[in-house]
Ligand binder design. Structure first.
Ligand SMILES: Nc1ncnc2c1ncn2[C@@H]1O[C@H](COP(=O)(O)OP(=O)(O)OP(=O)(O)O)[C@@H](O)[C@H]1O
Length: 584
């Protein structure tokens, strides 16, 4: 990535704070100008001494000028840094908001393919690394470059030969730095990769700690964790070892300006082309050039870290977005139609999950999808909710292609109740209210009652105000699912897609879940991904899927009359049930 492109990205997000940023640079210029004044004041005092004209008043006057310059430098630098920090945090905020927005509008698969550790690392840690260099690079980096240039010009005006002598160490140290930096890009890249790997291993270790303990994998996993940290340490130290000699050499030579100014200054003085005052002043000024320049070298590393952080941020910011229509569509009927739909998760023909599939789900009907694992049941449901776009064909709701319906409108029309019963870390009341943020407490309570949640929630000391975090450990899988169903009841969408739970099948829970589902789905267009055939016996139509194609369809009775996959599945289901009864 070239520098312009990361700068361009950063500047794109700097739009709301552009004025502050420009003003911060302007203040820094004043600060730099203030920083020059003491040099000028000191020079005048030196001249007074050498000319024997020093008096208390004269010295006090020039000392006050020096002090004033110093105060201007500090004050304006302070104002500038404050503005640059505000700007840097605004840029960070804008970047993070854009990333969150991108994740919302990217196909779900693309988002789910990212590990949580990676997403967290980019949105929080990597973006944060931009703040410090960005906030300091603008005022300090600028002043560290501008100040030596101004001092150099001043020195040049006094005596051009001394000016050149003062930077004699610069090419020597820059050659050393050049050698040190020759494979910097490659090393930095490896460093970032090693760092990302350690990050991943740490997140994996923490996230998987339950599985690690269950399967007694602590030693192996810990070893992987330990090895990753150890090799990261070794890598960093190796890099340091390979650079420290040149780095220290460059760092020692660069500020040694006296190497040039002392002999040349003495020579010029002896020749009579330099007065004692000019000699002294040149010595002082030459020291003023190198200090800031040395600090500027630190920013080279910072520039690199911004470049890499922006590169990582771009990997999220450039995720492809689902096309989003912006005009609300008037939908009167809520029947669903799939016409010749083909789909593969990687958009290739080789891995097609659904092939040329057509299907009609009439409004208000109950349709069940059945079929062996991997036959494409969940994929159909996800495509209707537009978590992905179909590769070929079309999906219509109420005779409108879902691509023409704005995503937020589609989201209001479809409730997708999956087996992943995710609760946010807020109160149970707010967790249910997520279904309809405008719902009153009374409506939330009503939905909770319909989903058979009221009883167990009321048993908590803080009732509905119990936070999901506090309650999390005490909620059974079935109870969590009923909370999620309550959320969907409150949402009151006309289309319900239900990924039937395979777990939580103890009779009491089963009964409550069925009751809550009945409350949820009354009068709605219902599509159920069925795992237990007994629960869909009464559906209006059953679609039997096999390898991404419809193998047969009909009612339970119609399908049982034919030989085929459904009959086999039903026989196996009944057999399993009988076996279970016989075991009791
Ligand atoms: N995010 C994904 N990326 C790539 N392939 C996927 C993804 N999700 C599912 N698949 C693949 O698509 C195929 C159909 O999966 P799908 O989840 O739709 O099947 P299913 O019938 O719902 O299975 P199950 O009953 O086990 O849930 C499978 O081969 C699966 O491996």
């Amino acid at each position: 990535m070239n520098k312009e492109s990361w700068l361009k990205t950063v500047m794109k997000f700097a739009e709301p704070c552009k004025r502050k940023l420009i003003f911060s640079i302007f203040l820094e210029v004043i600060s730099v100008a203030g920083g020059i004044i003491p040099y000028f004041g000191v020079y005048q005092i030196i001249i007074l001494f050498f000319e024997g004209k020093q008096s208390v008043n004269n010295i006090l006057f020039w000392t006050s000028i020096c002090l004033l310059g110093y105060v201007i430098k500090l004050l304006f630098h302070g104002f500038s840094t404050t503005l640059s920090h505000i700007s840097a945090y605004t840029i960070l905020e804008e970047m993070r908001m854009s990333m969150a927005d991108r994740l919302m509008y990217a196909p779900l698969g693309t988002v789910l393919n990212q590990t949580v550790g990676n997403l967290k690392s980019i949105i929080i840690d990597r973006v944060e690394t931009i703040e410090l260099p960005l906030a300091h690079l603008i005022p300090e980096g600028f002043s560290n470059l501008l100040l030596p240039i101004c001092v150099f010009i001043y020195l040049f005006v006094i005596n051009w030969r001394m000016a050149l002598a003062s930077i004699i160490t610069v090419p020597i140290s820059f050659i050393a730095y050049g050698f040190m930096m020759r494979n910097f890009n490659e090393k930095y890249n490896d460093y970032m990769e090693a760092s990302a790997y350690v990050n991943g291993v740490i997140v994996e270790y923490v996230e998987g700690i339950e599985v690690i303990k269950t399967f007694n994998q602590s030693t192996t996993s810990y070893e992987k964790f330990e090895k990753a940290i150890h090799s990261f340490k070794e890598y960093t130290l190796d890099w340091f070892r390979s650079t420290w000699k040149l780095m220290n050499f460059g760092g020692a030579v660069l500020p040694s300006t006296l190497l040039g100014t002392l002999p040349i200054g003495m020579f010029l003085y002896k020749q009579g082309s330099l007065s004692p005052a000019e000699l002294t002043m040149c010595m002082i000024l030459s020291l003023g050039i190198i200090g800031p320049l040395t600090s500027f070298t630190v920013f080279i590393n910072d520039l690199k870290s911004i470049e890499y952080a922006v590169r990582d941020a771009n990997s999220l910011l450039n995720l492809t977005k689902l096309e989003n229509a912006d005009k609300l569509v008037s939908i009167k009927e809520y029947d669903i139609e799939l016409n010749n739909v083909s789909f593969s998760y990687d958009s290739t023909d080789n891995n097609e999950v659904l092939s040329n599939l057509s299907l009609k789900i009439p409004q208000g009907s109950f349709t069940a999808l059945v079929g062996p694992s991997g036959s494409g049941k969940s994929t159909i449901a996800r495509l209707i909710a537009r978590f992905w776009d179909v590769n070929e064909g079309e999906i219509k709701i109420g005779n409108t292609n879902i691509k023409e319906i704005p995503l937020s409108q589609l989201c209001d029309m479809v409730s997708f109740v999956t087996q992943d019963n995710f609760l946010f870390n807020c109160s149970l009341l707010e967790n249910i209210r997520l279904g309809n943020p405008k719902a009153t407490d009374e409506e939330v309570l009503q939905a909770a009652k319909s989903a058979c949640c009221d009883e167990f929630i009321s048993n908590f000391e803080k009732g509905y105000n119990t936070s999901a975090g506090e309650a999390g450990g005490r909620l059974s899988g079935g109870e969590k699912q009923r909370i999620v169903i309550a959320r969907a009841i409150l949402k009151d969408a006309p289309i319900i897609i239900l990924d039937e739970a395979t777990a939580f099948t103890d009779p009491e829970n089963e009964d409550k879940i069925q009751k809550s589902i009945a409350a949820l789905t009354k009068g709605k267009t219902l599509l159920v991904i069925a795992h237990r055939l007994s629960t869909i016996k009464n559906s209006d139509q059953i679609i039997v899927l096999q390898k991404g194609k419809i193998q047969s369809k009909g009612t339970h009775e119609e399908l049982l009359k034919k030989e085929g996959l459904y009959k086999d599945m039903w026989t196996a289901h009944i057999g399993a049930k009988l076996w279970a009864v016989n075991q009791e």
